[in-house]
Design a protein around this ligand. Sequence first.
Ligand SMILES: Nc1nc2c(ncn2[C@@H]2O[C@H](COP(=O)(O)OP(=O)(O)OP(=O)(O)O)[C@@H](O)[C@H]2O)c(=O)[nH]1
Ligand SMILES: [Mg+2]
Length: 310
Amino acid sequence: MKKIAFMGLDYAGKTSIITAITKRFGFEEEILNLLPTRKIARDAFKFLGIEFTRLDFGGQLQYREEYLKHPTKYISGTDLLFYVIDAQDYDRYVETIDYLDQILLFLKEDQEYPPLCILLHKFDPELTREKVINQRVLTIKQALLRYSHDFDIFFFETSIYDIKSIMDAFSSGLSLLFDKIEMVSRLFSRISKNYNSILMALFDSKGITIGEYYRPHLHLTEKIRIYDKYLEVQKRILTENRKRLEFSDKFDDGNRYSGLVEALKFGNLDFYLLFIIEEDEEHLEKTIEVLDKLESAKAQMESIIIELIQ
Ligand SMILES: Nc1nc2c(ncn2[C@@H]2O[C@H](COP(=O)(O)OP(=O)(O)OP(=O)(O)O)[C@@H](O)[C@H]2O)c(=O)[nH]1
Ligand SMILES: [Mg+2]
């Protein structure tokens, strides 16, 4: 059993993030009505056959004081730490750094060095181009880099209005606990070269990314658009009880793409493969050929996954 902790100040967005990860769609209303978490909320999930407990540490002052008073009881044994910062709340940057300081001080004394994912959260899509928040986020990152002597630190900018940003941060964090997981992305990058694909990704049944390859320079808006489309198709596969769905859509610039989502089973675990290629409108049969050829890649994927879950 592995332990994943979500920590940070009150109102940072920890419970919202966990809700978004578990629901992935239709969570907006629930998030608007969240109450502050009392003490620690736990849930459990499985990823690649391993059991995880996820701890959502309520961030109100009285709880923070309690955790820091008895850190061995609460913080010890953390395998992966997500530290959530409200990037919009500049007034509390000092307070949040101070809390993180104390958590890491304890971990260091205890000689525990879990990987640390720092989420600069509430970095909403409409803010990504705003100068002030970008500057502030850069400053806080620089301030936090001092921990990188002791800890492996990874930064993510996230927002509940961009579900992909949240799934990416969570998936990347989890992947740090699996040595061989990057083999999947490497395989995808190899395969993609042969097919000139735009994107290839493998998700577990809960939408956590096992591996992915994106064509270089693919725009963020296109990535988000594809991911939204994926969520929609995956939902249809479930409700219509299908194994495979092909679809076709276009980007904002008018270029069309063809895609395929296929439900796969490796061992007793369910996965979803997403494959997107540019559509060759004059030679549609070529597109179909490529989608079929993908069959041969599945055997390789399967052997990697089997190795991963052992
Ligand atoms: N603009 C914006 N608001 C967000 C985002 N994520 C969460 N919120 C809002 O932030 C508020 C606090 O979110 P919570 O998830 O309850 O915060 P928490 O960190 O769990 O707080 P405690 O349980 O007290 O520690 C809620 O009103 C959310 O709607 C985001 O990405 N962008
Ligand atoms: Mg909470």
